[in-house]
Design a binder for this molecule. Structure first.
Ligand SMILES: [Zn+2]
Length: 145
């Protein structure tokens, strides 16, 4: 337990970092580019970063699949951001499916918005439809532990 650590992919430069569990709550920075690994507001992933972040992150990673034409997606954006700021040890990221179709293709997204939770590269849960921040938080907390 004392030496437990997690892999965290830098959303900025895609370097995989190894972060001791104890450092997760101390705003860890990327060893390569120096930028924060855990951002308070959800990072927008592109086709290159999406798969790597999803596959390599050991920590709970919530991906909001959205599209620019999707009104409920636009409405949920500030709720998702608010949830992210309240759960700093969970990775919250976004994939714009109408811009990066290939990034979303492997995950079989049938409706928007859909939030998919991943851990160790595996899907652990998904939630379709827009939710207010407190329900997003409840859902994410139910997946922790
Ligand atoms: Zn980096």
């Amino acid at each position: 337990m004392s030496e437990q650590s997690f892999h965290l992919v830098c959303p900025h430069c895609r370097a995989t970092n190894r972060v001791p569990a104890a450092r997760l709550s101390a705003a860890p920075k990327c060893g390569k580019c120096g930028q924060p690994l855990l951002t308070a507001s959800p990072h927008e992933l592109n086709a290159q970063t999406a798969n790597k972040v999803i596959q390599k992150n050991d920590v709970l990673t919530i991906v909001d699949f959205w599209a620019s034409w999707c009104q409920p997606c636009i409405m949920m954006a500030p709720e998702f951001k608010s949830a992210a700021s309240q759960l700093p040890q969970v990775v919250f990221v976004k994939v714009q499916t109408d811009k990066y179709e290939q990034a979303a293709a492997p995950y079989n997204i049938r409706s928007l918005p859909t939030m998919v939770a991943f851990r160790n590269g595996k899907e652990v849960a998904r939630q379709s439809g827009a939710l207010p921040s407190h329900q997003i938080i409840q859902w994410v907390q139910s997946l922790q532990s």
